[in-house]
Design a protein around this ligand. Structure first.
Ligand SMILES: NC(=O)c1ccc[n+]([C@@H]2O[C@H](COP(=O)([O-])OP(=O)(O)OC[C@H]3O[C@@H](n4cnc5c(N)ncnc54)[C@H](OP(=O)(O)O)[C@@H]3O)[C@@H](O)[C@H]2O)c1
Length: 253
């Protein structure tokens, strides 16, 4: 049986991806740490939409996590035709003040596990009908982010990696997209200590709007959600880097 695997499906953008894809009749594998939330969501989606939904409670900051997931897929004969690398977190503060181990975990989750899952799942995905990968980056990917240095750098990686894969794989029948939301309502801002920043006070999009646009445009290399975010990315393209990084730092001072 074919499944879409969604990381970070217990909350926020990942949870909404799960709901939208179940509504479209897709079978799902939900991955995150909070088992109770995953199981409750799985029950809800099975009952409401009649799809198959499996949940895997895995800490994706563990270096073993991608091999644990792949072993489970193989032993259960679950085939993946959609991969949504969505799990991620940020943390606001000066690089030197934030604990090093938390910042290294951020790199492991936002970058390394995303790369490992993609590398391990991609070969078999290429044999499926209309397979796709959505990697959740951010508008943070487009400039340096003082006060969130590592988070912005991880998202720049995700954007660059996904764009390159999109090109490498074009003509091979698989869609690869980097989703770049701006401020979005979810647990992210609280987790990242960002609720009082100018960025979030200026208004955030709903996760529903972000996910609907991503799924509509999953054939595109880069999907930026919201006109304000599109304008800010494009104005950043024609501004000197010293200005864009100063603005990013000011928005989350
Ligand atoms: N919200 C925004 O403003 C915004 C803007 C741009 C980009 N993004 C990106 O969007 C993605 C989703 O974020 P969100 O806004 O939906 O945040 P969220 O509401 O905090 O959700 C994060 C998800 O990731 C999971 N997760 C976190 N650490 C994990 C770990 N160690 N192992 C496994 N799963 C883990 C969480 O589940 P558990 O806690 O159950 O593990 C949760 O399901 C992230 O990559 C984020 O960087 C968010």
């Amino acid at each position: 049986m074919n499944y879409t695997l969604i990381t970070g499906a217990s909350a926020g953008i990942g949870e909404v991806f799960a709901k939208e894809l179940a509504r479209a009749g897709k079978n799902l594998i939900l991955v995150a740490r909070r088992k109770d939330k995953l199981e409750a969501l799985a029950q809800e989606l099975k009952a409401q939409f009649g799809v198959e939904v499996e949940s895997l409670a895995v800490d994706l900051t563990s270096t073993e996590s991608s091999s644990i997931i792949v072993k489970q897929l193989e032993s259960s004969n679950w085939t993946i035709d959609g991969l949504i690398n969505n799990a991620g977190f940020g943390d606001r503060g000066a690089f030197v003040d934030l604990p090093l181990d938390r910042q290294l975990q951020m790199i492991q989750l936002n970058v390394t596990t995303l790369v490992e899952l993609t590398h391990r799942l991609l070969p078999k995905m290429l044999n499926q009908q209309s397979p796709y990968i959505i990697n959740v980056a951010s508008t943070a990917a487009f400039q340096a982010g003082p006060n969130m240095a590592i988070y912005y750098a991880t998202k720049a990686f995700v954007l660059s990696f996904s764009e390159a894969l999109h090109e490498e794989l074009s003509g091979k029948g698989i869609a690869v997209s980097a989703l770049c939301p701006g401020a979005t309502l979810s647990e992210f801002a609280t987790e990242a200590n960002m609720t009082d920043t100018k960025l979030f006070k200026a208004g955030a999009m709903t996760a529903e709007a972000v996910v609907k646009k991503s799924l509509r445009q999953k054939d595109r290399a880069i999907v930026i959600t919201g006109w304000k975010n599109i304008l800010s990315v494009w104005s950043g393209k024609v501004s000197p880097r010293f200005i864009t990084r100063k603005i990013a730092g000011w928005l989350q001072a």
